[in-house]
Design a protein around this ligand. Structure first.
Ligand code: ZN
Length: 292
């Protein structure tokens, strides 16, 4: 009798263990699949995405102009369009061009400007998916720590009735390469330079930058006057996010006012930045920087 009871208990425990293992394996498989498809998506998009789609995902400030057009954004198509300025600025080439090569892109305070460059192979190791409830414009990724803080920021905004959409987040070097090329072809290099970064010079390659939207004036200066734009200006720093390109900052940063583009630098640093009243670039220039 006792023996039989033990047998039943043993069977039940064994069954539970097997069930647990199966659940774990299924979850693991699902997660891996998701991660993989995210990476593939990015690559496919670079190859296939049209200029029209790009206008929704980047911060041109001219996005309305592009709507309805259907031009290939692929860099392969237009590789030789920009004779003297299209040379890639990485590694040894960067030295030649007088650009400082950022030694560690994982460093939250790394200086990324028009005078520095990230290596073409720099890619954050801890990218995670932006969840669907944040209305990502396509499968988007962000570094883990930035993502955790973004979740808190997003929920806090939601509680005050402000719904944020995520238009862009991490962008790889090659993705940025195609993007800049398509803008340069369309608007000319000088105009493109004012609103789009060259590959290696985009803060988006850091995996800590978010372009917010959710309004009818996304990626336009008017975003600053929406509920979303105002909420971010007042609260983003509490969650470690800073405004990279403020109004009137073009002489310093080289970029037009981008009230939608926020970079995560850690909560403590973001509070310091806010209190300093400085342009983010100037604030980071005072922090230790490591160049190759
Ligand atoms: Zn941006």
């Amino acid at each position: 009798m006792v023996l039989r009871k033990c047998g039943i208990i043993f069977s039940v425990v064994a069954a539970l263990i097997v069930l647990g293992l199966l659940t774990y394996m299924a979850f693991d498989l699902f997660y891996a699949e998701n991660k993989y498809s995210g990476a593939e998506e990015e690559k496919d998009e670079l190859i296939n995405q049209t200029a029209e789609e790009e206008s929704l995902t980047d911060e041109s400030g001219f996005s309305s102009v592009e709507t309805g057009e259907n031009e290939e954004a692929s860099s392969e198509d237009n590789g030789e369009e920009l004779p003297e300025e299209s040379s890639m600025v990485v590694g040894e080439d960067a030295e030649k061009d007088g650009l400082q090569v950022v030694a560690d892109g994982d460093y939250l305070l790394a200086l990324v400007t028009k005078d520095t460059t990230l290596r073409s192979d720099y890619e954050p190791v801890d990218l995670v998916q932006v969840p669907d409830y944040m209305y990502p414009s396509r499968p988007l990724q962000l570094r883990q720590e930035a993502m955790e803080n973004l979740e808190e920021l997003w929920s806090a905004a939601e509680q005050e009735g402000v719904i944020l959409h995520i238009i862009s987040a991490y962008r790889s070097f090659s993705y940025q390469e195609g993007l800049f090329q398509s803008y340069a072809d369309k608007y000319g290099v000088n105009a493109a330079n004012r609103f789009s970064a060259r590959p290696g010079q985009s803060e988006h390659q850091l995996g800590t930058v978010v372009d917010f939207g959710g309004t009818t004036v996304d990626l336009k200066a008017e975003f600053a006057d929406t509920d979303q734009g105002r909420w971010l200006a007042d609260h983003a720093h509490y969650y470690g996010f800073t405004l990279s390109y403020p109004r009137g900052g073009e002489a310093t940063t080289g970029y037009i006012f981008e009230p939608w583009h926020y970079r995560y630098i850690g909560r403590e640093a973001a509070m310091q930045w806010k209190n300093s009243g400085k342009i983010l670039q100037e604030f980071l220039q005072e922090k230790p920087q490591n160049f190759e």
